[in-house]
Design a protein around this ligand. Structure first.
Ligand code: NAD
Length: 383
């Protein structure tokens, strides 16, 4: 067995996503499970190079995991020959500049979403990366979640007949930060710092809809800032200038209508933090992060509307659980493994910068729809 080490810059590793999902749950977890095995017997072995702004935080974080390779100097890390991949989990506003630098240094690039702050910049990054011949990827973790994998299995197996509509409900209460600390960073609530739920969530909804149901051809969206003042990490009140809820309708190729509510100002009366209901002529499903339940046409009850009578049916009990039938790994880790195979062995990987740019485009057009109070068509982006 040959071990193929690969140096990976993890920029923004002190952040929520950079640390937990990408370093600990993906790259270190890959090492713990023995690396990524290729068909020819080679094992890909990630060697993280931790990059950030704060020396103390980086040193402490590295020591916690027995790592020694860290720096606050991105330029020198990019100059190293043993570093082949640049990964970015910084705040969104810092991303474009750093990715351009990585392209110039000839590194392959994997990044958190959104790829850039606007479509023009995202498309430009996709073109520059193509011209430089580097292999790109954008995180699309929701596709790898057990609930959505089971939903995809149902679609591939023809369970739904003709799919009619999709209803997504995403969200939870994010504390304002006064009497209980907020569970998300304060920049998420300031437009001037790259925040807002549309910019955050529409890239996710884009790839979920496109991969499972069809290309998004038009968007209608209403946004709101339900909680206008919040308290930041230092205990200072600030004006929440960004949208904290978005009510979107997405028209898809083939006629499917998708409606997705996204909100950080909603209390959860659901089984999971995101759930998608899919209704088709032959059956329906509810998919969450982990679970997926179905109701077939033949088992569909026949309720009759009569508000004078109490409900006689236990509607929730009439759905059946879709079995796992396989082991599901962490979604971020699964996508990292696919990306590493792509870089090292040239295996196909379709979640590239152009796919990321399409997600940015949907967020941009969703915001335009909200601003103009209009339905906006989504033109097809090409490289
Ligand atoms: N895939 C997902 O499900 C998912 C979920 C949440 C966030 N994200 C994305 O991940 C990225 C990071 O989000 P997060 O929630 O981890 O944020 P965070 O605030 O916890 O972390 C941000 C990181 O960026 C660094 N940074 C670099 N320059 C900075 C600057 N000028 N100001 C502030 N921080 C700076 C910080 O030090 C920190 O390491 C965002 O682009 C976000 O859209 C993705």
């Amino acid at each position: 067995m040959t071990r193929r080490s690969i140096g990976i810059i993890v920029n923004g590793v002190t952040g929520r996503m950079g640390y937990r999902q990408h370093l600990v749950r993906s790259l270190l977890a890959i090492r713990e499970s023995g690396g990524v095995a290729l068909a020819d017997g080679t094992t890909i072995w990630p060697e993280p190079v931790l990059v950030g702004r704060n020396e103390t935080k980086l040193r402490e974080l590295a020591e916690r995991h027995g790592l020694t390779d860290w720096t606050t100097d991105l330029t020198s890390a990019l100059a190293r020959d043993d570093v082949e991949i640049y990964f970015d989990a910084q705040v969104t506003q810092q991303r474009e500049k750093a990715i351009r630098q990585a392209i110039e240094a000839g590194k392959h690039i994997y990044t958190e979403k959104p790829l850039a702050e606007d479509t023009a910049a995202a498309l430009d990054l996709a073109r520059a990366a193509d011209a430089a011949g580097v292999r790109t990827g954008v995180v699309q973790d929701k596709l790898f979640l057990p609930g959505l994998r089971k939903l995809k299995r149902l679609i591939d197996g023809g369970f739904f007949g003709r799919i009619l509509s999709v209803r997504g409900e995403f969200g939870y209460w994010v504390f304002e930060g006064d009497w209980q600390p907020a569970q998300r960073p304060s920049w998420n609530y300031r437009t001037e710092d790259g925040g807002g739920i549309v910019v955050d969530m529409f890239p996710h909804w884009h790839y979920v809809l496109e991969e499972l149901f069809g290309r998004v051809t038009a968007v209608s969206c209403v946004t709101a800032t339900h909680v206008p003042e919040r308290v930041d990490e230092a205990g200072h009140p600030y004006a929440a200038t960004a949208d904290d809820a978005a009510y979107g309708i997405f028209e898809l190729d083939g006629g499917v209508i998708a409606q997705i509510n996204s909100s950080w100002a909603v209390r959860v009366y659901r089984d999971e933090l995101v759930e998608f209901q899919v209704d088709g002529t032959e059956g329906s499903a509810i998919a969450g992060l982990r679970n997926c339940r179905v109701q077939h046409r033949a088992l569909t009850p026949k309720p009759v509307w009569n508000p004078d009578l109490p409900a006689t049916e236990d509607f929730r009990a009439q759905w059946a659980e879709v079995p796992d039938n396989e082991e599901f790994d962490n979604g971020f880790k699964a996508q990292w493994e696919a990306y590493l195979r792509h870089v090292v062995a040239g295996e196909p990987f379709r979640w590239d910068f152009l796919a990321g740019a399409r997600g940015v485009q949907l967020a941009e057009l969703g915001l335009r729809s909200a601003r103009e109070g209009a339905r906006v068509e989504v033109p097809e982006l090409r490289s």
